[in-house]
Design a protein around this ligand. Structure first.
Ligand SMILES: [Zn+2]
Ligand SMILES: [Zn+2]
Ligand SMILES: [Zn+2]
Length: 361
């Protein structure tokens, strides 16, 4: 994520940082918001009629800004339909029932993670067709279990609940994943070291890009088979085998980034794809906040930058930085931010994701 700041100065004379999620500058109190069209955080002057203006152009808040779930602002001269929805919100096919207490807050958590996902996909210049552009275009379905107690039952696999997943561009996320307590419980039940909303979005969109970029491309499919294995293996058999496995069996660690990745080549791809986004986004943040010296890595450039990116330097830089990141977390009494080991096999898979994505640019 890039570094953003307001044009005002704080009492101590320093620039005032704006987070990607902010709706207001906490120093000068002006309204701020993310603009997908301008690819920037904008700070607005508001006239007496309450309209939003930036550098002589009029802006309109995304309709979901009023719901407190979106901070996006849209150039007024680009709006063709009502209600005015931003680039992120226009992909929504199903949103939670807002008459239910607590749903608006959980939906807000989902939208914040989704905007970060779309920011990174855009910075990689990846195609993001919607359902108008293609029947297999992207859409989001945020669904709640009929019985909210479903996600507190174990084992989870035996519950007729909403499953987080991807099919033909439709990404479904169970609203319970946006609830910190429910998600923590699921993470423990599933024996996972890491489970976040952003991680879910990055994983599911990995399936979307497999369908969009790899499935129809014979050369890419051949490369995929060499690195990840046969995508035509029975998914149901793999799933059954995965849930029947001995949880103490750690043999996956020599070749996969997570136990789930070892289930099927599709899941290996989606997990690795998610990790690739974790790595490049966190390294961008580290660079933007002056936490890292890329000069040490022969002037490393990131895949989001113009110009070529050397994947080995990217991995070397991440190996050093992820340890520092974990050390910072431990100083705060928090679990490791990146509780994973990128062994040589996993690094080969990350490089494969890198080359597949860069070929599309
Ligand atoms: Zn300000
Ligand atoms: Zn929006
Ligand atoms: Zn998956």
């Amino acid at each position: 994520m890039r570094y953003f700041s307001c044009d005002c100065t704080s009492a101590d004379g320093n620039p005032v940082a704006l987070f990607f999620e902010n709706t207001q500058c906490l120093s000068c109190q002006r309204q701020v918001g993310w603009c997908f069209e301008e690819r920037d955080m904008l700070v607005f002057d508001q006239n007496k009629d309450g309209g939003f203006h930036y550098k002589g152009r009029d802006y309109v808040p995304c309709a979901n800004r009023a719901n407190g779930v979106c901070n996006a602002m849209i150039p007024a001269d680009t709006i063709s339909a009502k209600p005015a929805l931003c680039f992120a919100c226009h992909f929504n096919d199903n949103i939670p029932d807002l008459n239910v207490d607590g749903h608006a807050e959980l939906w807000g958590n989902l939208e914040r993670a989704k905007r970060r996902l779309l920011f990174t996909l855009d910075s990689l210049s990846l195609p993001m067709p919607d359902k108008q552009q293609s029947p297999e275009g992207l859409s989001f379905h945020f669904m709640a279990d009929k019985d909210a107690s479903d996600h507190f039952r174990t084992p989870l696999t035996h519950v007729a609940a909403v499953f987080t997943g991807h099919a033909q561009g439709d990404i479904t996320i169970n609203l319970a994943e946006a609830d910190d307590v429910a998600r923590h419980r699921m993470r423990v039940d599933m024996g996972e070291q890491y489970r976040t909303l952003l991680g879910h979005f990055r994983h599911e969109v990995g399936h979307f890009y497999w369908d969009l970029l790899i499935k129809p491309d014979e050369a890419k499919l051949t490369q995929f088979r060499e690195i990840f294995g046969d995508p035509d293996l029975s998914y149901q058999e793999a799933l059954d085998k995965h849930y029947a496995r001995d949880p103490d069996d750690q043999s996956w660690r020599s070749e996969f980034i997570s136990a789930y990745a070892s289930m099927h080549p599709w899941e290996d791809w989606a997990e690795t794809f998610a990790h690739y986004l974790h790595i490049i986004d966190t390294l961008e943040t580290a660079r933007e906040w002056d936490l890292i010296d890329f000069g040490k890595y022969a002037g490393l450039t990131l895949p989001q930058d113009d110009g070529p990116c050397d994947p080995q330097r990217l991995i070397d830089c991440w190996s050093e930085f992820s340890v520092k990141l974990n050390a910072l977390n431990r100083s705060m009494g928090l679990p490791d931010a990146y509780p994973f080991v990128n062994n040589p096999v996993v690094v080969g898979k990350l490089k494969c994701v890198h080359s597949m994505l860069n070929k599309t640019r």
